[in-house]
Design a protein around this ligand. Structure first.
Ligand code: NAD
Length: 507
């Protein structure tokens, strides 16, 4: 009898770190699996679990490349970055599919993420022909005064899972255009997208050592923070991690820029177009399965329209299709990993049983059929939520939102401002006075009128107040203030002048 054919198991690809222009195995000898959150039997690849030796080699490479890159004229650096933008654009579809496979977000959103990296690269490369300083009159005669930007040195970039290519690009490209060399420690749940970005840097012709990639988890990030040659840490991730990093950076007087958690809110006034507000809230809350730092996790709704708003929202939420992000019919993909899934389910339990809010829709993990292979949670809405409840105060970072009633605009503003975070806010109203008043009073880094709390554009500053940040802004030209330092220059040109020429100007 002929033997039945057994389908060969596809071999899982092993990836490397990128150090000093070479793809190298980790000195740790250890690897971790990059798992598809929609189907945990699908291993996207094996990535180095790097240790301090790997990180220190990468920093050494960045150190050796620093002088040459710093002295490369900024327009020349920009030329290479324009090449990079073209490579990213040409590979957008492949990078998008790979991102959905490793991170779970639906392909439309993953495409937006890659596009953000492309936009960032084109836009920021343009700064290579600007990087403006300024001139100003000096106090003394025959003196010239000006200020220029100089690179800070070696930059350590530490990134999270939720924008796998956009966030690394938001740090990498401005760091490079300013003349710094870089070590990127990618997010451990999404290493392939960072690797795609760095591979594109290699193809674009960025000289060896200027860009280095170290894969790994917390220990690799911590080693980067500890390395004395690293002058700057640019971090995006949770507020808890950011605080630890800031403390460690203080020992070395490192420059540290932090983009951290959020608990963003939409105010819906009684004069708002309710359908428009519901639609915005739906995508603000459940886009990227609620795993956006700007997610609309609080909906602060005027009492006069509260019931109508909640009914319409719940009706729409019930129709959302949860599934694998690679399926074009999917609205909401999985959450990133087991730990995050458990944390979200824990918050749902707190909302229902401790806070005693009304669980209006959702609330469960999905396990039937293919759902059982991944980390899927029903889009969840709590109503009758009080602003002080834990689900209304703490960042959940999943497909969960809560609807809070209010009576006056001042009360709504106090609710929005009454959390530890300050990234993004929004107001739906047709009254221009209310809109401007809210824009003035909401203490967040970003504020939207008649659209949800999500959707940043790369030429505007991005970042938050309070527990979200430490005063820096990424994107726009403001990001240049993170990755460069000012140097003031005074030039005395009186030396070779005739005495008469000097007298002429002396008063
Ligand atoms: P996280 O804090 O768990 O991890 C972020 C990165 O830090 C990872 O690369 C991780 O390996 C590294 N890390 C962890 N501990 C470290 C340590 N002690 N030293 C050095 N590095 C360390 O965050 P996450 O779960 O990947 O991302 C979700 C969080 O990111 C949410 O809180 C979200 O709001 C936030 N976020 C903020 C923004 C923003 O711009 N404000 C944008 C996206 C995400």
């Amino acid at each position: 009898m002929a033997k039945a054919k057994v389908a060969a198991k596809p071999t899982v690809k092993k990836y490397s770190n990128y150090i000093n222009g070479e793809w190298v195995k980790p000195q740790s000898g250890e690897y971790f699996d990059n798992v598809n959150p929609a189907d945990t039997s699908d291993i996207v690849g094996r990535f180095p679990l790097s240790n301090a030796d790997d990180v220190n080699s990468a920093v050494e490479a960045a150190k050796n490349a620093a002088t040459r890159w710093r002295r490369t004229p900024a327009p020349k650096r920009a030329e290479i970055l324009f090449n990079l933008a073209e490579i990213l654009r040409d590979n957008k579809d492949e990078f998008t599919t790979q991102m959905t496979r490793e991170m779970g977000k639906v392909t439309k959103e993953a495409g937006g993420d890659v596009q953000e990296a492309i936009d960032c690269t084109y836009y920021t490369a343009g700064e290579g022909r600007r990087l403006h300083g300024f001139t100003t009159p000096a106090e003394m005669p025959n003196k010239f005064a000006m200020a220029v930007r100089q690179p800070v040195g070696i930059c350590g970039l530490i990134t999270p899972f939720n924008f796998p290519m956009a966030i690394p690009s938001w740090k990498l490209i401005p760091a490079l255009v300013c003349g710094n060399t870089v070590v990127l420690k990618s997010g451990e749940d999404v290493p392939l997208s960072s690797l795609n970005l760095i591979k594109a840097c290699e193809q674009a012709g960025i000289p060896k050592g200027v860009v280095n990639l170290v894969n790994g988890a917390r220990d690799a990030g911590a080693a980067l923070v500890e390395n004395h040659d690293v002058r700057l840490i640019s971090f995006t991730g949770s507020t808890t991690t950011g605080r630890v990093i800031a403390e460690r950076c203080a020992h070395d007087n490192k420059i540290v820029s932090l983009e951290m958690g959020g608990k963003n809110a939409i105010i819906v006034m009684d004069d708002a177009d309710v359908d428009n507000a519901v639609e915005g809230s739906l995508w603000g809350a459940f886009g990227t399965s609620g795993q956006r730092c700007t997610a609309s996790s609080r909906l602060v709704v005027h009492k006069k329209i509260y019931k109508k708003f909640c009914e319409k929202l719940v009706e729409k939420v019930k129709k959302l299709r949860v599934g694998n992000g690679l399926d074009p019919r999917t609205d909401v993909g999985p959450v990133i990993n087991q730990a995050q899934m458990e944390k979200i389910l824990g918050y749902i339990d707190i909302g229902a049983n401790q806070d005693k809010a009304t669980l209006a829709v959702g609330g469960n993990r999905l396990t039937k059929g293919d759902y059982g292979k991944g980390f899927f949670i029903e889009p969840t809405v709590f109503t009758n939520v009080k602003p002080t409840m834990r689900i209304a105060q703490e960042e959940i970072f999943g497909p969960v939102t809560c609807v809070i009633p209010f009576s006056t605009l001042d009360e709504a503003i106090d609710i929005v401002n009454g959390v530890a975070y300050g990234l993004s806010s929004a107001i739906y109203t047709q009254d221009v006075n209310q809109a401007f008043y809210a824009m003035q009073e909401l203490y967040t880094g970003i504020c939207y009128v008649n659209s949800a709390t999500i959707g940043a554009e790369v030429h505007l500053p991005f970042g938050g107040t309070k527990g979200t940040g430490n005063g820096h802004r990424e994107a726009g030209t403001q990001v240049l203030d993170i990755f460069s330092e000012w140097k003031s220059l005074y030039i005395d040109y009186s030396g070779k002048l005739q005495k008469a020429q000097i007298d002429e100007v002396e008063i």
